[in-house]
Design a protein around this ligand. Structure first.
Ligand code: GTP
Ligand code: SPV
Ligand code: MN
Length: 590
């Protein structure tokens, strides 16, 4: 059979719109060469070999970690930089108090200066990608131009990248432009700019994670959330997980936790031995695109195709699947290395580090051996628990949405909102201790509504209204909950074992959603009594369970006061319904 004519067209001729943009960027950045990414395995093998040769990638021990590599980033470039991330809408108010804002013209001029000639002597890579399954009407397209081959390798795993994506772009004509250069990696010459009204991202001066893999936080959350508002859907910082109970029924849960607060681990949960008959399937571990379906339910797709996950803490006890998944075909960034060239990180519980994440001989005086934000990049197909429905074009139906944060105190293990509108308040009121996923101080409690503080591409006040509107459209909405796996006692000991044991809490939620499980009504929502949770085989003292399920009225009154102050900055744009919900909680607290 003859080959279809388009199949042999050079990539540069598939889409004139993309080609024109590439040409203008080439003119501006002056690279030595332009490489259009096909997305083929042989192309990726070649790029990998090239990076091994240049020393940018280190091959790890082939026997124990086949086809695994280590990349070390610049020590000044190890996390997202929220203070250098901007949303550049025409009107400042549209970006909201939750975003850094710069006038679009000023931002464009600033970035033009930085990009001018920045790729001299380097290769410009054109990376066409699709966020979501290639055959899904809910998927969206983008093109990232980058001068980092490391970024190309990551995009290959994290997105559907290459020719098929470009063919879709050529057919539909709509794509998000993302221009990226690692620049000098100087934090003083680093900006991550978003122009949601122009479907444009410009990122300069970082090669790391969410700053540089533009399909992820920049496109799939900031730009997508902005688009989703006008189009009637939600782009959220949520994992998606399927839970099959011993009766054989599968329900899907989406959960929003801030960065490094347990999404990947919950998405890959392994049921404890004392809960036989349960099975868990991962749909996504970081981002969910949620659409109201014709049946009045909310349907979710995962726009990504891989995991860019936190390495420290991964071991056979916390998460056997994650531990196995990253033992082959994995790209590590900023972990330590053992004497026999295996990757090493804090919490591994075997081996010992010889070289730290900066490539220095390991010395405990220098801090942790692996960077606390060290990451693995791995294909979702490596996950033994990858859901057979993860690539369904219409997504999976969501029975429960969970919000959560990392709180030593105040927030109980779990509570359920009274209804959707109250649940929006519960999501908006999330506060969490900061983590190593972003630069800055770690362990400080900050407000992180819906875990979207760093990622919402527009004014939070409008975003909460949008959440309220979506709920009003759903005849069969998911039930909304809040969890906290991170409660501690005065000595700093975790009260809850977490990880696989979190299934006990999820099981209660699903029973609640089905109208079967019991609860006690409190001012903040419904909480399980100890007897409402399946605690069989769990080794937690009864006093700890009591403490985990306690609502401290005084602490909550001050929490509500703090939250009210926080909301005040949104002024008249704040939905009245949200304030009414907060008034209700305050009244019930007495
Ligand atoms: P991002 O990729 O930054 O969005 O992070 P994430 O939300 O996917 O977090 P992840 O699952 O990678 O967990 C972050 C850290 O929290 C890791 O060190 C985990 O070991 C730890 N962690 C995850 N779940 C639990 C839990 O249930 N209890 C406790 N104590 N720690 C947990
Ligand atoms: C997060 O910080 O929430 C991450 C890692 O998932 S990054 O891709 O760097 O944003
Ligand atoms: Mn994340």
């Amino acid at each position: 059979m003859a080959t279809a004519p388009h199949a042999i067209l050079p990539l540069s001729r598939l889409s004139p719109a993309v080609a024109d943009w590439v040409e203008s960027v080439r003119h501006l950045t002056q690279p030595a060469a332009v490489h259009w990414c096909e997305g083929s395995e042989s192309e990726i093998r070649q790029l990998t070999a090239q990076l091994e040769q240049s020393g940018e990638l280190l091959r790890l021990d082939e026997k124990t970690f086949p086809n695994c590599h280590l990349a070390r980033s610049n020590p000044q470039d190890v996390a997202r930089v929220e203070h250098l991330t901007f949303v550049c809408t025409r009107n400042k108010e549209d970006a909201g108090p939750n975003n850094n804002w710069m006038a679009p013209a000023e931002a464009r001029a600033k970035m033009r200066n930085l990009f001018q000639g920045c790729m001299k002597g380097r290769t410009l890579y054109v990376v066409p990608y699709c966020m979501g399954p290639l055959n899904s009407p809910l998927s969206r397209y983008g093109v990232e131009i980058t001068d980092s081959a490391y970024v190309v390798l990551n995009m290959y795993t994290m997105t559907r990248m290459g020719r098929p994506a470009l063919e879709l772009i050529a057919r539909t004509g709509r794509f998000v432009k993302g221009l990226h250069s690692t620049g000098e990696l100087d934090p003083n010459r680093r900006f991550i700019m978003h122009f949601p009204e122009e479907l444009l991202i410009e990122s300069y001066g970082s090669g790391y994670g969410g700053n540089a893999l533009l399909g992820k936080k920049c496109h799939a959350l900031r730009i997508a959330s902005f688009q989703a508002r006008t189009e009637g859907w939600l782009a959220e910082h949520m994992l998606i997980v399927g839970l099959r109970n011993p009766r054989g029924e599968t329900h899907y849960v989406a959960a929003a936790f801030p960065s490094a607060c347990g999404k990947t681990n919950l998405a890959m949960l392994i049921p404890p031995d004392s809960m036989p008959g349960w099975k868990v399937f991962t749909v996504g571990d970081d981002i969910a695109w949620l659409h109201p379906g014709p049946d009045g339910r909310l349907w979710a797709i995962n726009p990504e195709s891989g995991y860019f996950g936190v390495v420290p803490g991964t071991n056979p006890e916390t998460n056997r699947n994650a531990y196995d998944m990253i033992r082959h075909d994995t790209l590590f960034t900023n972990v330590a290395v053992t004497a026999d060239n295996q990757p090493w990180w804090e919490g591994l519980k075997e081996g010992k580090p010889a070289t730290d994440w900066q490539g220095r001989p390991y010395d405990p005086a220098n801090g942790p051996a692996a960077h606390p934000n060290s990451r693995f990049t791995v294909s979702a197909k490596n996950n033994p628990g990858y859901s057979p429905h993860a690539e369904d074009p219409q997504g999976v139906p969501i029975s429960a949405i969970v919000f959560g944060g990392r709180r030593r105190t105040v927030a109980p293990l779990v509570y359920q909102s009274r209804d959707w509108a109250h649940g929006v308040l519960v999501g908006a009121s999330v506060a969490s201790e900061t983590t190593a996923a972003a630069t800055g101080q770690v362990g400080v409690v900050r407000r992180d509504p819906m875990a979207m503080q760093p990622f919402c591409g527009y004014n939070f006040a409008d975003y909460w209204q949008h959440w309220l509107d979506i709920g009003a459209k759903l005849s069969n909405p998911p039930k909304l909950f809040h969890v906290n796996w991170f409660r501690r006692d005065e000595q700093g000991r975790f009260l809850w074992p977490g990880y696989g044991e979190n299934l006990r809490v999820l099981a209660w939620m699903l029973e609640r959603a089905a109208g079967r499980a019991g609860a006690t009504q409190t001012a903040i929502g419904s909480l399980p009594r100890p007897e409402d949770l399946n605690l069989a085989g769990l080794n937690v003292a009864a006093a700890d369970v009591q403490e985990l399920l306690r609502v401290d009225q005084a602490a909550w009154r001050s929490e509500v006061g703090e939250f009210r102050k926080y909301l005040a900055q949104y002024g008249s744009r704040l939905p009245a319904k949200l304030t009414e919900q907060l008034d209700g909680v305050e009244r019930r607290l007495g």
